[in-house]
Design a protein around this ligand. Structure first.
Ligand code: SAM
Ligand code: SF4
Length: 333
């Protein structure tokens, strides 16, 4: 079968699947406090998610990341992981992984490891219980730390993702770094992105460019740039004193769209070819219209043929440009 290649000669090998828009947290940069979630009937069933993800895998997707909302609050989610693990067994899928807030990991880490999951990304912006409660609104730090410990005990490699927030976790830069080094976790910082409504003023105040963060780390440590690339907007350095790997996800200060290898599927079957653009393709309609997978595969190819060159996010002194009004929890972070 012809692999998926977009108009800019980028092979699409990475699919991120949002399995729910729901979450047990309400992180301030991601959701409003009183979110209206989608009616359950709009969501793809686990069987539909399986059929769609499997079509992508037949077309050459080798890495699948399950996300959300909070993927581990989706009822029956282990059934979906189990279904996807058959593609690990055949070798079609090289990696099956997830991004989670960690709240349910104490329960799920061991079964996930049993299904062939090797790595997990856990979002954690602060190690201070009060600040954690403030930023997640509904979260409890202890529960997440227990989840992370369970993941480690189950043999999963943990990467911590922290959103860099000016005036919020600036003072925790080195405590986060040291904690991750002590625990053996990789750490990646993410620049806050202009997504969701009601963010113009707040986001600009919170925006902490990672070049500034990096300069702060470099005052204390020798950093070596690593050649490692994932096709996304992440770049890595090694901290020479500890050997620790530190990542920077900078969709704003840099633009790495030229090597983008990924697309994002929402829990309602919409395919976003770029996180930073509004264009999407509805795959739920062909999925529900017919059991013929050839129709589905044609719809996927047609969508990939529309993948744009890149996003238009830009923070300027005047305001935020290129902002996207949908929530990250919808597209899947
Ligand atoms: N609930 C899971 C979690 O928190 O890891 C998975 C979904 S969440 C939307 C995925 C990632 O998106 C998280 O690391 C979160 O911090 C990040 N995120 C959400 N809103 C963001 C924003 N406005 N800017 C940057 N990152 C954001
Ligand atoms: Fe939930 Fe993740 Fe969004 Fe926080 S970032 S509200 S944990 S989906």
């Amino acid at each position: 079968m012809e692999p998926l290649v977009d108009p800019f000669a980028r092979a699409i090998s990475y699919l991120r699947v949002s399995v729910t828009d729901r979450c047990d947290f309400r992180c301030t940069y991601c959701m409003s406090e009183h979110m209206t979630f989608l009616p359950k009937a709009d969501l793809l069933s686990l069987e539909e998610l399986d059929r769609l993800a499997s079509a992508f895998i037949r077309l050459g997707v080798q890495k699948l990341r399950v996300t959300g909302g909070e993927p581990l609050v989706r009822k029956g989610i282990l059934t979906f992981f189990q279904a996807m693990s058959r593609h690990l067994a055949t070798g079609a899928l090289k990696e099956l992984t997830l991004t989670t807030n960690g709240s349910q990991l104490a329960k799920f880490a061991a079964p996930l490891a049993d299904l062939g999951i090797r790595r997990v990304n856990v979002s954690l912006d602060t190690l201070d219980p009060a600040k954690f409660a403030e930023i997640t609104r509904w979260g409890r730090l202890a529960q997440v730390l227990d989840g992370i410990a369970a993941a480690k005990a189950a043999g999963l490699k943990v990467k911590i993702n922290a959103v860099a927030l000016k005036g919020f976790n600036e003072d925790e830069l080195f405590s986060l770094l040291d904690w991750c080094a002590a625990q053996g976790h990789d750490l990646t910082f993410i620049e806050v992105m202009p997504m969701g409504e009601d963010m113009t003023a707040g986001r600009l105040d919170q925006y902490w460019p990672l070049k500034d963060l990096r300069a702060r780390v470099a005052e204390r440590h020798a950093l070596t740039d690593l050649a490692e690339r994932t096709g996304g907007p992440a770049r890595y350095v090694r901290i020479e004193e500890t050997g620790q790997k530190l990542g920077f996800i900078t969709p704003l200060t840099h633009n790495f769209c030229e090597s983008c290898n990924r697309v994002r599927l929402t829990c309602t079957g919409q395919l976003y070819m770029c996180l930073g653009q509004e264009d999407m393709a509805d795959l739920r309609a062909p999925l529900r219209a017919t059991t013929d997978d050839a129709v589905l595969e044609r719809a996927i190819r047609a969508a990939i043929a529309r993948k744009p060159k890149g996003h238009d996010f830009d923070y300027s002194r005047q305001g935020v440009a290129g902002q996207i009004t949908r929530h990250m929890s919808h597209t899947g972070g």
